[in-house]
Design a protein around this ligand. Structure first.
Ligand code: LLP
Length: 387
């Protein structure tokens, strides 16, 4: 089932805005739960950085997922949405003191610690509060991912995580500290990964690290493999639900999980991307000697992915009844040359007033919107809002 548009209803709302088909979201969550329920030790934490719209959060909470946060603001937002603190994991290379305090006060499941200085500060703050912080170390596994350089995270050159060769040392340090309890390891190699081989490589790397640690007498309770599963941006309507079966099967087949261990996932994009679309209105169609521009009222302030990562989002015309197609550059109104959603794409003959849907925009869309050019932030509506 593809994302469903009630065009008459959408046409009655001021553009641009985000539209979320929560039926797609629920089906996606069902597909995840179907796979993870085969194991009593698999836990999925929604990477809330992808979308914090409260209505989206509510559906995800109802499906029973936990949360992966990267800021105090996200922790506050998900607690407000009713997620239990003990299902929250907290990552990030630069956690502020107040964010660490918040995590400790609320009793989150685990801090994913990314450096020794951070570990020392967490220990200090926890000591001041008379608490013990549960920590995992984010290890940089030096595993590449076949994705855009800006969203690759698991290479030695990236700022994330602790080097593999320092792993034993930091664990020993943590074990000597009074106010932290070392629980396990965390990894995340990148985002929009479609090659299962990348995840297989990660699983093998984790097996090696586990063997090495066990030989040194160190046991892990938690293994967190992060997120990164990609979605089909080319054909979202044909493939609205990502391949969760293969994704979870990778870990079942390749990761040597010990019986007492829990395995944690931090999926963001794969959960929310395909349920969302950015709806924009065509303001003008402008032609020059070589091009036709469809100038729309949404811009890079509403969806920055094309400008920032050269990301491709499928664009469809919801209202044109023309049978003849033309090639258009779909561009926004912002005073930046990179404010282009796509170039030379075929659309049915497009005119002023037509509604376009920019698909697969549920992840890293609304949440990355900015007020540049003093533009209002886009509103997000669910299918229920429009019923
Ligand atoms: N865990 C950690 C530690 C992460 O850094 C991320 C994403 C995730 C989980 C979730 O990854 P996902 O399952 O969504 O791939 N704004 C970019 C993506 C940035 C991803 C940052 N980290 C984009 O629009 O493509």
């Amino acid at each position: 089932m593809a994302i469903a548009f009630n065009v008459d209803r959408l046409a009655s709302i001021r553009t641009p805005f985000y539209f979320y088909d929560t039926n797609i979201l629920r089906q996606t969550l069902d597909a995840i739960n179907t796979e993870t329920q085969k194991h009593d030790n698999y836990f999925v934490h929604y990477a809330v950085k992808a979308n914090t719209n409260p209505k989206i959060l509510q559906v995800i909470r109802e499906a029973g997922l936990g949360i992966d946060c990267v800021s105090g603001g996200e922790i506050e937002q998900v607690l407000k949405a009713g997620f239990p603190a003990n299902k929250i994991v907290f990552a990030g290379v630069g956690k502020s003191d107040w964010e660490i305090e918040l995590g400790l006060d609320k009793g989150i499941l685990c801090f994913n610690v990314e450096s020794i200085p951070e570990l020392e500060v967490i220990n200090e703050i926890a000591a001041r509060k008379g608490k013990v912080a549960t920590v995992c170390f984010r290890i940089n596994p030096n595993v590449g991912a076949h994705t855009h350089a800006n969203i690759t995270t698991g290479l030695a050159e990236n700022k994330f995580g602790i080097d593999m060769q320092d792993m034993e040392h930091v664990i020993r340090l943590a074990q000597q500290m009074q106010n932290v309890q070392f629980k396990g390891l965390h990894f995340h190699i990148g985002s929009q990964i479609l090659e299962m081989d990348d995840f297989i490589a990660l699983a093998h790397r984790i097996n090696d690290l586990q063997d090495q640690l066990e030989a040194a007498g160190i046991q892990l309770d938690i293994i967190n493999v992060g997120g990164g599963l990609g979605v089909d941006y080319q054909n979202p309507q044909a493939n609205p639900i990502p391949n969760f079966k293969d994704f979870f099967a990778v870990y079942q087949q390749h990761l040597k999980l010990r019986p007492h261990q829990t395995l944690h996932f931090e999926l963001g994009r794969a959960i929310v991307a395909q349920c969302g679309a950015l709806i924009a209105k065509v303001l003008y169609v402008k032609e020059n000697a070589i091009k036709k521009f469809a100038i729309v009222d949404a811009g890079m302030t509403d969806l920055i992915r094309p400008a920032l990562y050269d990301a491709h989002h499928r664009i469809i015309n919801l209202t044109s009844t023309a049978t003849k197609e033309d090639a258009y550059d779909v561009v926004g109104p912002i005073c930046e040359s990179s404010d282009v959603f796509d170039k030379d794409i075929p659309l049915p003959k497009t005119r002023r007033g037509d509604l376009l849907a920019i698909l697969s925009a549920g992840a890293y869309g609304e949440i990355m919107a900015s007020g540049y050019n003093c533009r209002p932030l886009p509103v997000g509506y669910t299918i229920e809002d429009l019923a």
